[in-house]
Design a protein around this ligand. Sequence first.
Ligand SMILES: [Zn+2]
Length: 287
Amino acid sequence: MLVNAKEMLDKARAGKYAVGQFNINNLEWTKAVLLTAQELNSPVILGVSEGAGKYMTGFETVSAMVAAMDKSLGITVPVALHLDHGTYEGCYKCIKAGFTSIMFDGSHFAIDENIAKTTELVKVAHGLGLSIEAEVGSIGGEEDGVIGRGECADPDECKMIADLGVDFLAAGIGNIHGKYPENWEGLSFETLAAVNEKVGELPLVLHGGTGIPADMIKKAISLGVAKINVNTECQLSFADATRKYVEAGKDLQGKGFDPRKLLAPGFEAIKATVKEKMELFGSIGKA
Ligand SMILES: [Zn+2]
């Protein structure tokens, strides 16, 4: 059931668990995430980056595919279709294409410009029933070619953005996209606690969920994180399962080259990763 992400995240924040955002890349990815959420009776957010949207030939294609698949599979758990790290222009494209939620990433603008653009987009999104996420303090690592430094957000700036009426807020707390380096210092719980103190009941978002140890995830949830983004981990498990299939020569046996067979192990691997994350985040049975 396609909905915006506000209610599911308010409930998660109040219930001290988090809803996973799993980024999608194609039909297999979408189907794997939707089916797992339904089987486990968990709310879920499908994340689409601008790069992935482009890869799938545009946001309209993505929106049509997700809406049709949600219906065809008889999905009854709450599903939000969310733009990940949207530009100003990208947000408008997704609103027009029928997404139910957007993220405006104005973290690279000066705070005044971030505020001006976020204010405008909050008004437009809410007017059409979409939820909206904003970001303060950049997330480290690479996202669609943009390298972030992984700085910690200023709690006062978080408060300013929260007061604009955004539905959930991504605050940088030393988290990064992609794999974490060996010398990573870990999440800054000091920053997270200070941000949480300033923004009241607003659900917080943790980007770069791949490879963050379970105890840090639990602590982050206890400090107001209600949405955790997972992207790289599904890619790694998909690639690993596919490699094993090919290395075992299974594509050369019988009709093992059939794409429906070739992609099946990767599909199952995505399902297993999504399940593992939903267990860790505590969202199972919360639909
Ligand atoms: Zn992110």
